[in-house]
Design a protein around this ligand. Structure first.
Ligand SMILES: Nc1ncnc2c1ncn2[C@@H]1O[C@H](COP(=O)(O)OP(=O)(O)OP(=O)(O)O)[C@@H](O)[C@H]1O
Ligand SMILES: [Mg+2]
Length: 280
């Protein structure tokens, strides 16, 4: 008699509970992306593909073009080439349309409404895809997507606290939560752990892992230790180009990557913690 078939219950669950075609084409595909400011080429022909479930870190020295690339993807900087989300071309669309297409980003400084509670912030973000009447109607409990986001970002217990009173880390989590309720399928997070305590970093890493299983996530980061702990894969940018890409161990052992980081020792926010240091 043959062995009983092993069923991967988690995988099966994923398939059965996936909303129809919602996440079917979830990948970000950047081809030949170029951004030029007054004759200076900040992003110089970048190719990058990120798929759902692959928590991708984007690293590189100051001025490498990381933020500019995120700006181009989200419509804040004018770029040429191609940026596709599934079958949708994003380049040339305005930031609002890009956000509606399911692309969300955070900035280094969290932009939450300080006077409003955590719940109200999430409600407003969720409302961007809901009518005003629904938004104003008094409800006994928050909508399910808001409750789910509160849970995911770990802020359920402070739902009624004004966002301005949150700790630095909690504000960043709230901002991520706002992207979740906006139903962003692609999240581009620009240095989410900058200024966080060690405990907040760990919480954030776990949060990114949870989100990364469901969505396409790119984390711009300077902290090599944080990257090593949580990244599935990493892309290194230098002078507007992709210098290296692949699994963390492989990339941090790459001689060109080490060179770039050793050449930037004065770099304030990140330390070089590559596995293979060059002998001096
Ligand atoms: N609006 C702009 N006008 C002109 N030059 C710009 C503009 N924005 C960025 N740059 C330049 O483009 C280059 C890339 O900047 P960018 O902010 O994308 O780097 P980064 O990789 O995000 O760096 P950091 O790690 O310091 O955040 C830099 O040389 C920067 O001075
Ligand atoms: Mg930047």
């Amino acid at each position: 008699m043959s062995e009983p078939v092993q069923v991967d219950v988690d995988a099966l669950q994923d398939v059965l509970t996936a909303p129809d075609a919602a996440f079917q084409h979830d990948y970000l595909e950047i081809r030949g992306l170029k951004v030029v400011f007054d004759g200076f080429t900040a992003v110089d022909g970048v190719d990058l593909t990120v798929t759902r479930g692959d928590l991708r870190f984007l690293i590189g020295p100051n001025g490498a073009g990381k933020t500019t690339m995120v700006d181009a993807v989200t419509g804040l900087a004018k770029g040429s080439g191609s940026v596709r989300f599934g079958s949708t071309e994003l380049l040339g669309k305005n930031p609002t349309r890009i956000a509606r297409a399911g692309i969300g980003r955070t900035f280094q400084t969290a932009s939450v409404f300080g006077e409003l509670t955590v719940l109200q912030n999430l409600d407003i973000a969720a409302g961007s895809s809901r009518g005003m009447r629904t938004l104003l109607r008094r409800r006994k409990s928050p909508p399910s997507e808001v409750e789910a986001a509160l849970e995911t970002i770990g802020l359920t217990r402070v739902a009624q606290v004004p966002a301005g009173a949150l700790a630095h880390g909690q504000k960043q989590w709230l901002e991520i939560g706002m992207l979740l309720v906006q139903n962003a399928h692609v999240l581009l997070l620009d240095e989410p752990v900058a200024g966080m305590s060690q405990a907040e970093r760990e919480e954030t890493g776990l949060l990114l892992r949870r989100i990364g299983q469901q969505r396409t996530v790119v984390v711009v980061e300077h902290d090599m230790e944080f990257m090593r702990t949580y990244a599935d894969s990493v892309t290194v940018m230098h002078q507007g180009r992709v210098l290296a890409e692949g699994p963390v161990d492989q990339v941090t052992a790459d001689a060109r990557v080490i060179e770039v980081y050793l050449g930037n020792r004065s770099h304030g926010r990140g330390s070089v913690q590559t596995s293979a240091r060059r002998d001096s």
